[in-house]
Design a protein around this ligand. Structure first.
Ligand code: ADE
Length: 409
């Protein structure tokens, strides 16, 4: 049984999922092998992920590998209802309707918990926490986590001894964060802002809060569009990197006065808050590309007079100036656009598929685990191959040199 908006949208979903699948060569190869080897035969995979065309390709790869797949949305505004309808028609149990309330969002996750999954696939940590809260983690062999915020939550669970099964931090694979977090977030965040507002970026002051992989990508792409980029950070090493990458770095209190467009990508709460709203220029636009809608203090904004101006744009009047909040402060790239492009999700979801397969073969201790480097390298190798890019191999002489400490100048 699924809970979706409208089953008649399945046909539209089918062609969109097919379109994304054409850019996902690595995942397609893995799916081909899964359908022969059936690594998930007899197992239930419970997932909490953004219901997009790319996720659909991952869910269908797991299904081809013999799994029963139960999927809940990992954000109420990222669900693509046609994709949910198509997946349901393909026999995936889906609990997701775009625009779900917070209660419905948690009820969807509750359905995944009720399905008693053997493996979980999480994006943000809410499913992992729900499984632990319900106390029915006995059957769970382990799971995978897609995003930075989720890995941070897992690490704090592990530190308190609360994590009862192994979780593979897919987010931290090099072929995930260097590409998905950087180039994926970089492109899709601008895509979301532009689709929501049609704003010209050239010549604008564009403030990026946070200079992790996601922030680096957003800053780099905004500069590419001609914006004057300002970075805010709390970590001195990252701040220094931003300075040497050629960006202006300053506290949010100063950036608030200068910015035309603000994007939060920190993973922390209240990064832009009332004291900053009160300093902003008329017309400033505020968007979030971090996992949860906590980075911009929207509750503080809602105290001011406001109205919906167009899809994904709310206008707030703060001290006689107009501020625009995009996509309710939720992930702007998924709520106002379609998330990261399929070609980059290909690598993230190849890691997901291979990490899930690893959990069927290997018993790991409860705790947070890295994606094994051989999986990371294999994903990179397959991606290069699919792009028609060839690289060198070490010669025997070079291999020997690298393994010997005796040879110097
Ligand atoms: N996270 C960011 N972009 C995504 C996408 N296109 N599909 C699923 N999860 C995502």
């Amino acid at each position: 049984m699924s809970r979706i908006k409208d089953a008649s949208l399945a046909e539209k979903g089918a062609t969109r999922v097919e379109w994304a699948g054409r850019q996902m060569d690595v995942l397609r190869r893995i799916k081909g092998r899964f359908s022969k080897e059936l690594p998930f035969k007899g197992l239930t995979v419970g997932a909490c992920m953004h219901v997009t065309t790319e996720t659909a390709n991952l869910m269908l790869a797991l299904k081809a590998g013999g799994a029963r797949v139960v999927l809940a949305a990992s954000n109420p505004l990222s669900t693509q209802d046609d994709v949910a309808a198509y997946l349901a028609a393909q026999g995936v149990e889906v609990y997701a309707v775009r625009g779900d309330s917070t209660e419905e969002y948690h009820a969807n996750i509750g359905e995944v918990v009720k399905a008693e999954p053997d493996l979980i696939m999480d994006d943000g940590g809410d499913l992992t926490v729900a499984v632990h809260k319900k106390g029915n983690y006995g059957k769970v062999r382990g799971g995978t986590e897609e995003t930075t915020t989720g890995v941070i939550r897992l690490e704090s669970m592990a530190k308190e001894g609360a994590l009862r099964f192994p979780m593979v931090a897919v987010n931290d694979a090099m072929t995930k964060q260097m590409f998905d977090n950087r180039y994926g977030t970089g492109q899709s965040t601008l895509d979301g802002i532009i689709r929501a507002t049609n704003v010209l970026l050239a010549g604008r002051s564009f403030v990026v809060a946070g200079y992790g992989w996601c922030g680096r990508g957003v800053a780099m792409r905004a500069r590419g569009m001609g914006a004057n980029v300002i970075v805010t950070e709390v970590d001195p090493v990252r701040a220094l990197e931003a300075v040497m990458d050629g960006f202006r770095v300053m506290p949010m209190e100063d950036a608030a006065r200068e910015g035309d467009i603000f994007v939060t990508v920190t993973g922390d709460r209240a990064v832009i808050r009332e004291e900053h709203f009160r300093l902003m220029k008329d017309g400033a636009m505020l968007a979030n590309a971090g996992h949860f809608n906590v980075e911009i203090d929207a509750a503080a904004l809602r105290k001011y007079p406001h109205r919906k101006l167009r899809d994904n744009v709310e206008e707030y009047e703060v001290g006689g100036r107009r501020l625009y909040l995009l996509a309710e402060g939720r992930l702007v790239n998924l709520a106002a656009a379609e998330g990261h492009p399929a070609a980059v999700m290909d690598m993230s979801f190849a890691n997901q598929a291979l990490a899930a397969e690893l959990l069927t073969r290997k018993k790991l201790e409860p705790g947070v685990h890295r994606v094994p480097p051989d999986i990371d390298r294999e994903v990179a190798r397959l991606k290069l191959e699919s792009m028609g890019v060839r690289i060198d191999e070490l010669t025997e002489e070079q291999r020997k040199y690298l393994s010997s400490w005796k040879e110097g100048t």
